[in-house]
Design a protein around this ligand. Structure first.
Ligand code: BGC
Length: 760
């Protein structure tokens, strides 16, 4: 329901280093009796932290995150009943602002303040009293604004805090406020205000240093042991006015902080000491890092002087996986950490360099794994609302990034040529809702997302060539194929039209299926017809010699097999060709963003599961195990972001925290462990582990909308396998084991023993 606002969006009259404090002091109308309820609705163009009666109203950080602000600025409503009661008759409502996504830097072209020139906030505090009276306190021109101890703040570049300026008296009634001034209303259309659907960002955990040492150049370096996203909280006491600098990076480069992959992001926090015991925590920035360089610390830095604070959208962890091979379990853990690192309110490509954008293709491929590991339903439902808003304004075109910063950069600085939909990236509009539907079975969510699915398909339909193919025009294609040159990630082996037509066929087929779920027969018929035409054109132009696919490489076979573009024996031929390409490459991966999510499934589904295992476990680059051997704690952007000699890949894009290749976790869940949705939202669950790769056991669980499914299997003597399954009441488990008839289980626990002919 749309809320009506009487508050004004206000900003400080003076800039205050982009981090002003806003306050109002009011008498609480206690003549009306006790406070029965008080609620604060608030948001900002920038970042806002709120205080009522001197106390923080929430432990959330970086609110309101980043949404497509032109149409959707999300607000929070906090229950502040207790805080208002405790404040008594004189209440101070305070808002601390930072630049955030609206006013700070965004993107890789150096632009900033894409949505607003100055941080501003809007708030309404409604206090209800015992006699039914309601007092409303709103942001308006009567508020005051003053300086904070934050002297610089930017998400990419870092934050400066001068502890000498810290003065909490602004939150007390009757404070003497030197150097404070006024505020002014900012023009703002309150119909853009929408309630959050997504959970907010919170601190999740802290990690202490694993090691602190002095580098060759004499710098103090700290290793937190895990590539993570957040900031360093630091305690110090020293000369007033002396400065501690904390610079962050994901890797070391020749024994020093490896900052080159950050490109222009400075990722540097500065803390000025007050002379007393100071604690610094920069909450208006975020860094992707494992290592920190700390300069200017008074005395010798000790482990208990600092910790890394992990920050991300507060998603519930619902899926678990581990197995007997510690390297595979570590790979899985790396996917989990890359997800944590790339859900800082927006599902991003990477969290560290001057980018951190909602690249749609990255999400399209990792979404199935993400939906198992975390409950991403509300988070991605919120993001889909941004996608739909962008898409509506672009006549059905799905941008490369959501929110669409590239469009804003284009407007502001003419940075990019006009863009058109592209395969996989734009296909997120169809693929993601279908993934969410499979994982959570929420029909209302599918109904909400359906128009975006249809609009995407309609748009791309208009781009098809006379041959009925998606060919010509710009495509990212099989982005980051390991055989592409380091400086030309789109130059893949896979033919771009093959990839695009296959991906679009999948979108049309999925949209037809969604239309059937939603009882929209005309759309279902139209989409089914389109899908059939695409399939026909694909087969006519791209399939030859009974199952070979044009450009003959791992990715095109993976897509043709997994998307159902081949018939009967063609599928066997394609599977055999894929298996032989894989063996011929020494089981090295030869796929980029397009092929990687599907290559192991394509092998598995055509009878080559042991080849899939060999590919998974192959230790040389390119492959999933190589980064593990190199000590990776997150998924890398490139198969060889770090080269075998420990140096950083010279490519312009070299992130060590990119979730796209983490799509493999989906195969680990469905095939190695053996838990897959049998019907949307796990009304049915398919239990079908495929032992292999020398693994002696695997175990895991998933908290589905119907309850907890857990499973473990272990290899006994010889080829015997014991499988223990537990499913909640009301869920049907369909158990498919090699060489066994299908079993069905309606709730409860059950053990199975079977043999597999595959040697351990
Ligand atoms: C991003 C990718 C993204 C790609 C598309 C890169 O800069 O980091 O992950 O999908 O651009 O071209």
């Amino acid at each position: 329901m749309q809320r009506s606002w009487s508050a004004l969006m206000i900003a400080a009259d003076q800039d205050r280093a982009g981090a002003p404090l806003l306050r109002t002091e009011r008498r609480v109308e206690v003549v009306h009796g006790t406070v029965t309820r008080a609620a604060l609705a608030v948001t900002a163009l920038g970042i806002v932290e709120c205080y009522v009666g001197g106390r923080a109203v929430s432990d959330e950080v970086l609110t309101p995150g980043w949404s497509a602000y032109e149409w959707r600025l999300r607000y929070r409503t906090h229950d502040v009943t207790q805080l208002v009661r405790e404040a008594g008759a004189h209440l101070v409502l305070g808002l601390a602002l930072g630049r955030g996504w609206a006013c700070g830097r965004l993107g890789y072209t150096g632009g900033r303040a894409f949505y607003a020139q100055e941080p501003s906030a809007i708030a309404e505090l409604c206090i209800e009293f015992a006699d039914g009276h309601v007092q409303t306190i709103v942001t308006d021109a009567s508020w005051q604004a003053g300086p904070s101890c934050v002297t610089a703040n930017d998400l990419y570049d870092g934050q400066s805090i001068d502890a000498r300026l810290r003065d909490d008296s602004w939150l007390s009634p009757g404070a003497m406020l030197n150097d404070w001034g006024g505020v002014h209303p900012v023009e703002f259309d309150s119909s853009r205000l929408v309630a959050y659907r997504s959970p907010v960002v919170r601190r999740q955990e802290t990690l202490g240093p694993l090691a602190i040492w002095t580098s060759g150049s004499g710098s103090t370096l700290v290793d937190f042991g895990q590539n993570l996203v957040g900031w360093v909280r630091l305690r110090a006491r020293g000369e007033p006015g002396s400065v501690i600098t904390v610079r962050h990076a994901e890797v070391l480069d020749h024994g020093e902080l490896g900052v080159r992959p950050l490109r222009s992001a400075l990722a540097t926090d500065r803390f000025v000491l007050s002379g007393a015991d100071d604690t610094f925590e920069p909450t208006f920035t975020a860094h992707g890092f494992r290592y920190a360089q700390v300069d200017g610390f008074p005395g010798i830095l000790q482990a208990d002087d600092l910790e890394a604070v992990v920050v991300h959208t507060d998603l519930d962890r619902i899926g678990a996986f581990e197995c007997s091979d510690p390297a595979v379990t570590r790979l899985h853990e790396n996917v989990v950490w890359s997800l944590k690192g790339n859900v800082l309110d927006v599902p991003t490509d990477c969290p560290q360099r001057d980018e951190r954008l909602g690249w749609t293709g990255d999400l399209a491929v990792v979404a199935p794994a993400a939906a198992y590991l975390f409950d991403v339903s509300a988070f991605l439902d919120d993001w889909m609302a941004d996608l739909a808003a962008e898409q509506r304004a672009a006549d059905g075109r799905v941008p490369f990034v959501v929110p669409d910063l590239l469009k804003l950069d284009q407007k502001a600085r003419g940075m990019f040529p006009p863009m058109e939909s592209v395969a996989i990236w734009s296909d997120v509009a169809a693929w993601l809702p279908w993934t969410l539907w499979q994982a959570y079975g929420d029909r209302e969510a599918l109904t909400r997302h359906f128009p975006a699915m249809v609009a995407h398909v309609r748009r791309v339909e208009r781009l098809l060539s006379a041959r009925g193919l998606w060919e010509g025009g710009f495509q990212f294609g099989d982005w980051l194929d390991p055989d592409a040159p380091a400086d030309d990630a789109a130059k893949a082996k896979a033919d771009k039209a093959v990839v695009a037509t296959a991906a679009f066929y999948r979108s049309a087929a999925i949209t037809a299926a969604a239309a059937r779920v939603l009882d929209d027969a005309p759309t279902a018929d139209a989409m089914t017809g389109l899908a059939a035409r695409l399939r026909g054109a694909f087969r006519e132009h791209f399939v030859y010699d009974g199952g070979h696919v044009v450009s003959d490489c791992q990715t095109v076979y993976a897509l043709a097999i997994c998307f159902g573009l081949l018939d009967g024996s063609e599928r066997d031929v394609a599977g055999a060709r894929l298996a032989s390409l894989v063996a011929g490459s020494g089981y090295r991966i030869a796929t980029g963003f397009a092929g990687t999510p599907f290559v192991l499934d394509a092998l598995t589904d055509t009878g080559h599961v042991q080849s899939a295992y060999r590919m998974l476990l192959q230790p040389e680059p390119p492959g999933w195990m190589y980064p593990i051997r190199m000590g990776a704690t997150t998924m890398w952007e490139r198969w060889d972001s770090m080269l075998p000699d420990g140096s950083i890949n010279p490519g312009e894009m070299t992130s060590f925290n990119h979730y796209a290749f983490g799509s493999v976790a989906d195969w680990l869940h469905r095939v190695v462990l053996g838990i897959a949705p049998g019907s949307p939202g796990y009304g049915d669950v398919i239990i079908a582990p495929r032992a292999g790769g020398g693994l002696s056991w695997a175990r895991g669980s998933l908290r589905t909308p119907r309850g907890l499914v857990s499973l473990s299997w272990s290899r006994g003597d010889g080829d015997s396998i014991t499988l223990d399954v537990s499913v909640p009441d009301g869920m049907r488990a369909i158990v498919r084991l090699p060489g066994e008839p299908e079993h069905q289980l309606a709730g409860g626990q059950r053990s199975f023993r079977y043999t597999t002919h595959v040697a351990p």
